[in-house]
Design a protein around this ligand. Structure first.
Ligand code: PHE
Ligand code: FE
Length: 301
């Protein structure tokens, strides 16, 4: 039995993975490799290459941590699954990324409720090779500890959801993915960019803090950033007064609309006439299928 320490860190026990578990990793990995060219942002693809996260099988966290550490000072900490919020934030604040160890079963390739090692390592860790994103996630951890104290965890959790898990980014080649919840999902990595139904809005901190999210289907709403600097700068101010401001306003559903919403229109990054037509397309019926993702039930961080 592995003892659970107060920081919930455990041993990954890499040598205990079975051949079947490595085979499932390879299947997931190869499928995403094919899909993510031209869909994932450059920062993610560079990070993945830099880590050499193997198509070979589930990686040993020690080797991965050493490469990550040399690049941005982050390390991976194996955890048994969900950890309490304060523990999660404290790890991030110290540049330690808590990762689950188990891998989904073969009959769960497209959908699993909790995060598994594929989501945590293949979805999140490559972005931590980017210096600006690495700083953002550490600042998020510090902000999490603060939000806990202030009683505004829910608003900060929405920021995590709409950026770290489901964020989109504009590039000269078009819209790309940086959200890990999307990057580890075959279905959503296509849907979030190609399907006309979800709405895509320009990043807006207060708007995000007010917006609920769904965990059981593809997203109906994504927020688009220009680059990681924008994200870092927009989240730099003290959130205490912003939390108070937002607390006075009603929450919004993902399908809700505000007059000041800035829709992102493909092909016209700064908005324009095309936006109106695009917006009209977006009011299609919602998808009646389960989202093909691996997000934990209360992944509200
Ligand atoms: N600036 C935020 C605060 O004062 C902290 C934070 C940084 C939160 C980055 C999220 C992301 O609470
Ligand atoms: Fe995640």
């Amino acid at each position: 039995m592995t003892a659970v320490r107060s920081d919930f860190a455990i041993e990954q026990n890499w040598q205990a993975y079975s051949e079947e578990e490595h085979a499932i990793w390879r299947l997931l990995f190869e499928r995403q490799q094919r899909l993510l060219v031209g869909r994932a942002c450059r920062e993610y693809l560079n990070g993945l290459r830099g880590l050499g996260v193997a198509a070979d099988g589930i990686p040993d966290f020690r080797g991965l941590s050493d490469i990550l550490d040399r690049s941005t000072g982050w390390r991976i900490v194996a955890v048994p699954g969900l950890v309490p919020d304060d523990v999660f934030f404290a790890h991030l604040a110290r540049r330690r990324f808590p990762s689950t160890c188990f891998i989904r079963r073969r009959d769960q390739l497209d959908y699993i409720q909790e995060p598994d090692v594929f989501h945590d390592i293949c979805g999140h860790v490559p972005l931590l090779m980017n210096p600006v994103f690495a700083d953002y996630l550490q600042a998020y951890g510090e902000g999490g500890l603060k939000a806990l104290g202030l009683g505004h965890l829910q608003r900060l959790a929405r920021l995590y959801w709409y950026t770290v898990e489901f964020g989109l980014i504009v590039t000269e080649e078009g819209l790309r993915i940086y959200g890990s919840g999307i990057l580890s999902s075959a279905g959503e990595s296509v849907y979030c960019l190609d399907d006309p139904r979800p709405r895509r809005l320009r990043f807006d901190l207060r708007r995000i803090m007010r917006t609920r999210y769904r965990i059981d289907d593809f997203q109906q709403l994504y927020f688009v950033i220009d680059d990681f600097h924008e994200l870092f700068e927009a989240t730099r101010p003290d959130f205490a007064p912003i939390y108070r401001e937002v607390a006075a306003l009603p929450d919004l559903e993902p399908t809700g609309r505000l007059d000041q919403d800035r829709d992102f229109a493909p092909g016209s990054p700064n908005g324009g006439v095309a936006e109106k037509n695009w917006a009209a397309h977006q009011r299609g019926p919602s998808l009646g299928r389960k989202r093909l993702e691996d997000v934990r039930q209360d992944h509200n961080r």
